[in-house]
Design a protein. Structure first.
Length: 151
């Protein structure tokens, strides 16, 4: 079953059970997917793949993480809780991200396999990681780890 279908089914289920924590977020997700599909059709492409939808979900999580930081600084705990609930709902549709130690090991292996020796080679390392681990790595953490390892 496609990721879009899974999201739509989960939305219908949440609407039926009146889950006020889930259905508003899923409505936002479905809306973002539909907007992207319209943009795809105007470019002449027919349908979005699951990886395209995952990119949308990752973007939505990134936006919410940024909002969380702003709310923490402003002391807006009720809004912070809202954003973290939305992040949990969206994360349910993404593959599990690897932890800090696993990410560090993978980065070390990528540096060895690409032959990187300085910061100039960071692009090579990132390319290797994106080709093999695009769905399971948080690339904001990866860039920090690679910078530490290459310095």
């Amino acid at each position: 079953m496609s990721l879009k279908k899974q999201i739509e089914e989960k939305l219908n289920e949440a609407l039926k059970t009146k889950d006020k924590n889930t259905y508003p977020t899923l409505r936002l997700v479905v809306s973002a997917i539909k907007d992207a599909e319209i943009a795809y059709r105007t470019k002449g492409q027919k349908e979005m793949s699951d990886s395209d939808i995952m990119a949308i979900l990752k973007k939505m999580i990134k936006q919410r993480n940024e909002s969380c930081e702003v709310y923490k600084k402003a002391g807006r705990n009720e809004l912070l809780e809202n954003e973290t609930k939305e992040i949990k709902v969206i994360n349910a549709f993404l593959p599990k991200q690897l932890g800090e130690e696993e990410t560090k090991k993978i980065c070390q292996e990528a540096i060895k396999s690409s032959g990187a020796s300085s910061m100039k080679d960071m692009g090579k390392v990132m390319g290797v990681l994106k080709s093999k681990h695009a769905d399971t790595l948080d690339f904001s953490k990866v860039s920090i780890i690679i910078k530490q390892l290459l310095n």
